[in-house]
Design a protein around this ligand. Sequence first.
Ligand code: G6P
Length: 362
Amino acid sequence: NAASKGTYEFYMLKEIDEQPAVMRRLSTDYLDENGEPVVDPAIVDAVSAADRIYIFAAGTSYHAGLVGKEIFEKFTGIPTEVGYASEAGYHFPMMSKHPFFIFLTQSGETADSRVVLTEANKRNIPSLTMTNVEGSTLSREASYTMLLNAGPEIAVASTKAYTAQVALQAILAKAVGEKLGDEDAKNWNLKQGLSLAAEGIQEIVDGKEEIEKLAKKYLVPSRNAFYIGRGIDHAVALEGALKLKEVSYIQTEGFAAAELKHGTISLIEDGTPVIALINDPVTADLTRGNIQEVASRGANVVTIVGKQFAKEGDNIVLPEIDYYLSALLSVVPTQLLAYYASKNKGLDVDKPRNLAKSVTVE
Ligand code: G6P
Protein backbone atom coordinates (compact mmCIF):
# COMPACT_ATOMS: atom_id res chain seq x y z
CA ASN A 1 0.00 0.00 0.00
CA ALA A 2 1.22 3.43 -1.04
CA ALA A 3 1.09 4.89 2.46
CA SER A 4 3.06 2.14 4.17
CA LYS A 5 6.73 2.50 5.05
CA GLY A 6 7.62 -1.02 3.92
CA THR A 7 11.30 -1.69 4.62
CA TYR A 8 12.15 2.00 5.01
CA GLU A 9 13.08 3.46 8.38
CA PHE A 10 11.54 6.81 7.40
CA TYR A 11 8.95 7.97 4.89
CA MET A 12 11.23 10.75 3.70
CA LEU A 13 13.68 8.36 2.04
CA LYS A 14 10.86 6.27 0.62
CA GLU A 15 9.34 9.39 -0.92
CA ILE A 16 12.70 10.55 -2.31
CA ASP A 17 13.10 7.12 -3.91
CA GLU A 18 9.61 7.30 -5.44
CA GLN A 19 10.47 10.33 -7.58
CA PRO A 20 11.47 8.44 -10.75
CA ALA A 21 8.05 6.76 -10.68
CA VAL A 22 6.36 10.13 -10.09
CA MET A 23 8.09 11.59 -13.16
CA ARG A 24 6.99 8.61 -15.28
CA ARG A 25 3.43 8.82 -14.03
CA LEU A 26 3.15 12.53 -14.84
CA SER A 27 4.51 11.84 -18.30
CA THR A 28 1.94 9.10 -18.86
CA ASP A 29 -0.93 11.08 -17.37
CA TYR A 30 -0.25 14.43 -19.04
CA LEU A 31 1.61 13.72 -22.31
CA ASP A 32 0.34 11.67 -25.23
CA GLU A 33 2.45 9.18 -27.19
CA ASN A 34 3.77 12.00 -29.39
CA GLY A 35 4.79 14.00 -26.35
CA GLU A 36 1.97 16.53 -26.75
CA PRO A 37 0.47 17.82 -23.49
CA VAL A 38 -2.89 16.39 -22.47
CA VAL A 39 -4.27 19.25 -20.41
CA ASP A 40 -7.91 20.36 -20.07
CA PRO A 41 -8.32 22.85 -22.98
CA ALA A 42 -10.29 25.17 -20.69
CA ILE A 43 -7.18 25.55 -18.51
CA VAL A 44 -4.91 26.11 -21.51
CA ASP A 45 -7.32 28.73 -22.89
CA ALA A 46 -7.62 30.52 -19.56
CA VAL A 47 -3.85 30.74 -19.00
CA SER A 48 -3.24 31.73 -22.62
CA ALA A 49 -5.64 34.64 -22.22
CA ALA A 50 -3.66 36.02 -19.28
CA ASP A 51 -1.26 38.94 -19.51
CA ARG A 52 0.39 37.86 -16.27
CA ILE A 53 0.63 34.69 -14.20
CA TYR A 54 0.73 34.98 -10.43
CA ILE A 55 1.89 31.93 -8.49
CA PHE A 56 1.07 31.74 -4.76
CA ALA A 57 2.27 29.13 -2.31
CA ALA A 58 4.02 28.47 0.98
CA GLY A 59 7.16 26.63 2.03
CA THR A 60 8.50 24.08 -0.39
CA SER A 61 5.64 24.69 -2.81
CA TYR A 62 6.71 28.35 -2.97
CA HIS A 63 10.19 27.22 -3.97
CA ALA A 64 8.68 25.05 -6.72
CA GLY A 65 6.91 28.22 -7.88
CA LEU A 66 10.23 30.05 -8.20
CA VAL A 67 11.34 27.39 -10.66
CA GLY A 68 7.95 27.57 -12.37
CA LYS A 69 8.39 31.30 -12.99
CA GLU A 70 11.54 30.63 -15.03
CA ILE A 71 9.75 27.91 -17.00
CA PHE A 72 6.54 29.88 -17.69
CA GLU A 73 8.41 32.97 -18.83
CA LYS A 74 10.71 30.98 -21.11
CA PHE A 75 8.05 28.83 -22.78
CA THR A 76 4.92 31.01 -22.73
CA GLY A 77 6.36 34.53 -22.80
CA ILE A 78 3.84 35.52 -20.12
CA PRO A 79 5.42 37.56 -17.30
CA THR A 80 5.13 35.53 -14.11
CA GLU A 81 5.31 36.56 -10.47
CA VAL A 82 5.68 34.35 -7.45
CA GLY A 83 4.52 35.36 -4.00
CA TYR A 84 4.23 34.00 -0.50
CA ALA A 85 0.54 33.37 0.01
CA SER A 86 0.87 34.59 3.59
CA GLU A 87 2.00 38.00 2.34
CA ALA A 88 -0.30 38.34 -0.65
CA GLY A 89 -3.44 37.70 1.37
CA TYR A 90 -3.17 41.02 3.17
CA HIS A 91 -0.90 42.96 0.82
CA PHE A 92 -2.56 42.06 -2.42
CA PRO A 93 -0.14 42.63 -5.31
CA MET A 94 -0.99 45.18 -7.97
CA MET A 95 -2.90 43.34 -10.68
CA SER A 96 -2.40 43.41 -14.43
CA LYS A 97 -5.54 43.66 -16.60
CA HIS A 98 -5.89 39.90 -17.13
CA PRO A 99 -4.24 38.03 -14.29
CA PHE A 100 -4.30 34.26 -13.88
CA PHE A 101 -3.55 32.74 -10.47
CA ILE A 102 -1.83 29.42 -9.87
CA PHE A 103 -1.84 27.90 -6.39
CA LEU A 104 0.80 25.29 -5.68
CA THR A 105 -0.09 23.21 -2.66
CA GLN A 106 0.71 19.63 -1.84
CA SER A 107 -2.12 19.33 0.67
CA GLY A 108 -4.60 21.76 -0.85
CA GLU A 109 -5.40 22.94 2.68
CA THR A 110 -2.83 25.62 3.56
CA ALA A 111 -4.74 28.45 5.25
CA ASP A 112 -2.46 31.20 3.93
CA SER A 113 -3.14 30.10 0.36
CA ARG A 114 -6.87 29.85 1.00
CA VAL A 115 -6.97 33.52 1.99
CA VAL A 116 -5.50 34.55 -1.38
CA LEU A 117 -7.88 32.30 -3.29
CA THR A 118 -10.89 33.73 -1.46
CA GLU A 119 -9.69 37.20 -2.39
CA ALA A 120 -9.17 36.12 -6.02
CA ASN A 121 -12.69 34.69 -6.19
CA LYS A 122 -14.15 37.95 -4.89
CA ARG A 123 -12.39 39.71 -7.76
CA ASN A 124 -13.35 37.09 -10.36
CA ILE A 125 -9.73 36.24 -11.11
CA PRO A 126 -9.47 32.80 -12.79
CA SER A 127 -7.37 30.32 -10.86
CA LEU A 128 -5.81 26.89 -10.99
CA THR A 129 -4.76 24.74 -8.05
CA MET A 130 -1.97 22.22 -8.57
CA THR A 131 -2.32 19.83 -5.67
CA ASN A 132 -1.67 16.28 -4.61
CA VAL A 133 -5.03 15.91 -2.89
CA GLU A 134 -8.15 15.44 -4.95
CA GLY A 135 -11.18 17.20 -3.45
CA SER A 136 -9.03 19.35 -1.14
CA THR A 137 -10.30 22.81 -0.24
CA LEU A 138 -8.05 24.77 -2.59
CA SER A 139 -8.94 22.36 -5.36
CA ARG A 140 -12.68 22.79 -4.79
CA GLU A 141 -12.56 26.56 -4.53
CA ALA A 142 -10.34 27.29 -7.55
CA SER A 143 -11.66 27.55 -11.11
CA TYR A 144 -9.51 24.60 -12.20
CA THR A 145 -7.42 21.78 -10.71
CA MET A 146 -4.47 19.76 -11.93
CA LEU A 147 -3.48 16.81 -9.77
CA LEU A 148 0.16 16.04 -8.99
CA ASN A 149 -0.55 12.29 -8.82
CA ALA A 150 2.51 11.84 -6.62
CA GLY A 151 0.80 9.44 -4.20
CA PRO A 152 0.42 10.22 -0.49
CA GLU A 153 3.27 12.25 0.99
CA ILE A 154 3.61 11.44 4.68
CA ALA A 155 6.99 12.87 5.76
CA VAL A 156 6.59 16.45 6.95
CA ALA A 157 9.49 17.55 4.73
CA SER A 158 8.13 17.66 1.20
CA THR A 159 10.16 15.97 -1.54
CA LYS A 160 8.22 14.22 -4.28
CA ALA A 161 5.48 16.88 -4.28
CA TYR A 162 8.15 19.48 -5.15
CA THR A 163 9.49 17.57 -8.15
CA ALA A 164 5.91 16.80 -9.24
CA GLN A 165 5.04 20.52 -9.04
CA VAL A 166 8.06 21.48 -11.12
CA ALA A 167 7.25 18.84 -13.76
CA LEU A 168 3.54 19.70 -13.89
CA GLN A 169 4.28 23.40 -14.31
CA ALA A 170 6.57 22.44 -17.22
CA ILE A 171 3.74 20.46 -18.84
CA LEU A 172 1.30 23.34 -18.47
CA ALA A 173 3.88 25.82 -19.77
CA LYS A 174 4.44 23.71 -22.87
CA ALA A 175 0.69 23.42 -23.48
CA VAL A 176 0.14 27.17 -23.10
CA GLY A 177 3.25 28.08 -25.09
CA GLU A 178 2.20 25.86 -27.98
CA LYS A 179 -1.25 27.41 -27.97
CA LEU A 180 0.38 30.85 -28.14
CA GLY A 181 2.63 29.72 -31.00
CA ASP A 182 5.87 29.86 -29.01
CA GLU A 183 8.64 28.12 -30.97
CA ASP A 184 10.60 27.09 -27.88
CA ALA A 185 7.48 25.43 -26.46
CA LYS A 186 6.81 23.58 -29.72
CA ASN A 187 10.38 22.32 -29.94
CA TRP A 188 10.61 21.32 -26.28
CA ASN A 189 10.85 17.54 -26.06
CA LEU A 190 9.32 17.26 -22.64
CA LYS A 191 8.54 13.57 -22.96
CA GLN A 192 12.23 12.87 -23.40
CA GLY A 193 13.05 15.43 -20.70
CA LEU A 194 10.82 13.74 -18.10
CA SER A 195 12.18 10.37 -19.08
CA LEU A 196 15.75 11.66 -18.59
CA ALA A 197 14.62 13.13 -15.27
CA ALA A 198 13.28 9.75 -14.15
CA GLU A 199 16.51 7.97 -15.17
CA GLY A 200 18.66 10.73 -13.72
CA ILE A 201 16.90 10.72 -10.35
CA GLN A 202 17.29 6.95 -10.26
CA GLU A 203 21.03 7.30 -10.87
CA ILE A 204 21.30 9.87 -8.05
CA VAL A 205 19.38 7.79 -5.51
CA ASP A 206 21.41 4.73 -6.48
CA GLY A 207 24.48 6.70 -5.38
CA LYS A 208 23.00 7.70 -2.01
CA GLU A 209 25.84 6.13 0.00
CA GLU A 210 28.30 8.70 -1.32
CA ILE A 211 25.87 11.47 -0.43
CA GLU A 212 25.51 10.07 3.09
CA LYS A 213 29.30 10.22 3.46
CA LEU A 214 29.30 13.90 2.50
CA ALA A 215 26.47 14.63 4.95
CA LYS A 216 28.36 12.87 7.77
CA LYS A 217 31.67 14.53 7.00
CA TYR A 218 30.57 18.12 6.40
CA LEU A 219 27.05 18.69 7.72
CA VAL A 220 26.54 16.61 10.85
CA PRO A 221 29.42 18.33 12.74
CA SER A 222 28.35 21.83 11.69
CA ARG A 223 26.04 24.36 13.32
CA ASN A 224 25.39 26.22 10.10
CA ALA A 225 25.63 25.84 6.33
CA PHE A 226 25.00 27.67 3.06
CA TYR A 227 23.58 26.78 -0.31
CA ILE A 228 24.52 28.93 -3.28
CA GLY A 229 23.47 29.02 -6.93
CA ARG A 230 22.27 31.31 -9.72
CA GLY A 231 19.14 31.24 -11.86
CA ILE A 232 17.20 28.02 -11.29
CA ASP A 233 20.10 26.94 -9.06
CA HIS A 234 19.24 29.88 -6.80
CA ALA A 235 15.66 28.63 -6.47
CA VAL A 236 17.00 25.15 -5.67
CA ALA A 237 19.48 26.65 -3.19
CA LEU A 238 16.54 28.12 -1.26
CA GLU A 239 14.76 24.77 -1.25
CA GLY A 240 17.93 22.82 -0.36
CA ALA A 241 18.51 25.16 2.57
CA LEU A 242 14.92 24.83 3.81
CA LYS A 243 15.09 21.04 3.59
CA LEU A 244 18.38 20.83 5.46
CA LYS A 245 17.43 23.22 8.24
CA GLU A 246 13.94 21.84 8.79
CA VAL A 247 14.98 18.22 9.30
CA SER A 248 18.54 18.54 10.70
CA TYR A 249 18.25 21.80 12.70
CA ILE A 250 21.50 22.99 11.08
CA GLN A 251 20.93 26.66 10.44
CA THR A 252 21.14 26.95 6.66
CA GLU A 253 20.67 29.82 4.26
CA GLY A 254 20.20 29.70 0.52
CA PHE A 255 21.80 32.48 -1.46
CA ALA A 256 22.14 33.82 -4.93
CA ALA A 257 25.78 32.83 -5.37
CA ALA A 258 27.12 36.30 -6.05
CA GLU A 259 25.14 37.99 -3.27
CA LEU A 260 27.11 36.22 -0.58
CA LYS A 261 30.03 38.57 -1.09
CA HIS A 262 27.77 41.57 -0.43
CA GLY A 263 27.60 40.85 3.27
CA THR A 264 26.99 37.29 4.31
CA ILE A 265 30.48 36.12 3.37
CA SER A 266 31.54 37.52 6.75
CA LEU A 267 29.93 34.41 8.26
CA ILE A 268 32.26 32.04 6.42
CA GLU A 269 34.80 30.51 8.77
CA ASP A 270 37.14 27.57 8.67
CA GLY A 271 35.00 24.53 7.98
CA THR A 272 31.69 26.27 7.18
CA PRO A 273 29.91 24.00 4.69
CA VAL A 274 28.93 25.74 1.44
CA ILE A 275 27.00 23.62 -1.01
CA ALA A 276 27.21 25.06 -4.52
CA LEU A 277 24.83 24.21 -7.37
CA ILE A 278 26.06 24.57 -10.96
CA ASN A 279 23.54 23.77 -13.69
CA ASP A 280 23.04 27.10 -15.41
CA PRO A 281 25.07 27.37 -18.64
CA VAL A 282 25.02 31.17 -18.51
CA THR A 283 26.57 31.50 -15.05
CA ALA A 284 28.46 28.24 -14.47
CA ASP A 285 31.88 29.92 -14.65
CA LEU A 286 30.83 32.86 -12.51
CA THR A 287 29.61 30.52 -9.78
CA ARG A 288 33.02 28.81 -9.89
CA GLY A 289 34.44 32.21 -9.04
CA ASN A 290 32.09 32.54 -6.08
CA ILE A 291 33.21 29.11 -4.89
CA GLN A 292 36.81 30.35 -4.93
CA GLU A 293 35.80 33.32 -2.79
CA VAL A 294 34.36 31.15 -0.03
CA ALA A 295 36.96 28.39 -0.32
CA SER A 296 39.76 30.91 0.19
CA ARG A 297 38.03 31.96 3.44
CA GLY A 298 38.06 28.39 4.72
CA ALA A 299 34.69 27.03 3.58
CA ASN A 300 34.27 23.32 2.95
CA VAL A 301 32.68 23.43 -0.49
CA VAL A 302 30.47 20.61 -1.75
CA THR A 303 29.52 20.89 -5.42
CA ILE A 304 26.36 19.59 -7.11
CA VAL A 305 27.11 19.94 -10.80
CA GLY A 306 25.57 18.93 -14.11
CA LYS A 307 27.86 16.58 -16.02
CA GLN A 308 28.35 19.08 -18.85
CA PHE A 309 29.84 21.60 -16.37
CA ALA A 310 31.78 19.13 -14.19
CA LYS A 311 35.43 19.59 -13.33
CA GLU A 312 38.01 17.52 -11.49
CA GLY A 313 37.21 17.42 -7.79
CA ASP A 314 33.44 17.99 -8.04
CA ASN A 315 31.52 16.05 -5.40
CA ILE A 316 28.12 15.19 -6.87
CA VAL A 317 27.92 15.04 -10.65
CA LEU A 318 24.40 14.96 -12.12
CA PRO A 319 23.38 13.38 -15.43
CA GLU A 320 22.95 15.92 -18.23
CA ILE A 321 19.49 17.50 -18.61
CA ASP A 322 17.89 20.61 -20.11
CA TYR A 323 18.50 23.65 -17.88
CA TYR A 324 14.74 24.27 -17.45
CA LEU A 325 14.32 20.78 -15.99
CA SER A 326 17.55 20.88 -14.00
CA ALA A 327 15.77 21.39 -10.67
CA LEU A 328 14.27 17.91 -11.06
CA LEU A 329 17.75 16.46 -10.69
CA SER A 330 19.67 19.01 -8.64
CA VAL A 331 17.13 19.05 -5.81
CA VAL A 332 17.50 15.31 -5.18
CA PRO A 333 21.02 15.43 -3.65
CA THR A 334 19.82 18.31 -1.46
CA GLN A 335 16.97 16.10 -0.22
CA LEU A 336 19.39 13.26 0.46
CA LEU A 337 21.90 15.51 2.24
CA ALA A 338 19.09 16.75 4.49
CA TYR A 339 17.83 13.23 5.12
CA TYR A 340 21.24 11.83 6.05
CA ALA A 341 22.23 14.83 8.16
CA SER A 342 19.03 14.39 10.19
CA LYS A 343 19.26 10.61 10.42
CA ASN A 344 22.91 10.65 11.46
CA LYS A 345 22.12 13.19 14.17
CA GLY A 346 19.64 10.66 15.50
CA LEU A 347 16.62 12.90 14.85
CA ASP A 348 13.09 11.93 13.95
CA VAL A 349 13.47 12.65 10.23
CA ASP A 350 9.77 12.41 9.42
CA LYS A 351 8.54 14.59 12.26
CA PRO A 352 10.82 17.54 12.91
CA ARG A 353 10.00 19.49 16.04
CA ASN A 354 7.46 22.33 15.78
CA LEU A 355 6.38 21.47 12.22
CA ALA A 356 3.15 20.19 10.73
CA LYS A 357 2.57 18.58 7.36
CA SER A 358 -0.14 21.03 6.53
CA VAL A 359 -0.71 24.33 8.27
CA THR A 360 -4.40 25.19 8.46
CA VAL A 361 -4.05 28.32 10.55
CA GLU A 362 -2.87 31.73 9.36
C1 G6P B 1 3.90 23.20 5.76
C2 G6P B 1 4.81 22.01 5.49
C3 G6P B 1 5.74 22.29 4.32
C4 G6P B 1 4.94 22.73 3.11
C5 G6P B 1 4.06 23.93 3.42
C6 G6P B 1 3.08 24.22 2.30
O1 G6P B 1 4.63 24.24 6.33
O2 G6P B 1 5.56 21.68 6.64
O3 G6P B 1 6.47 21.12 4.00
O4 G6P B 1 5.81 23.03 2.05
O5 G6P B 1 3.26 23.67 4.57
O6 G6P B 1 2.19 23.14 2.20
P1 G6P B 1 1.29 22.86 0.94
O7 G6P B 1 0.47 21.65 1.32
O8 G6P B 1 0.44 24.07 0.73
O9 G6P B 1 2.19 22.60 -0.20
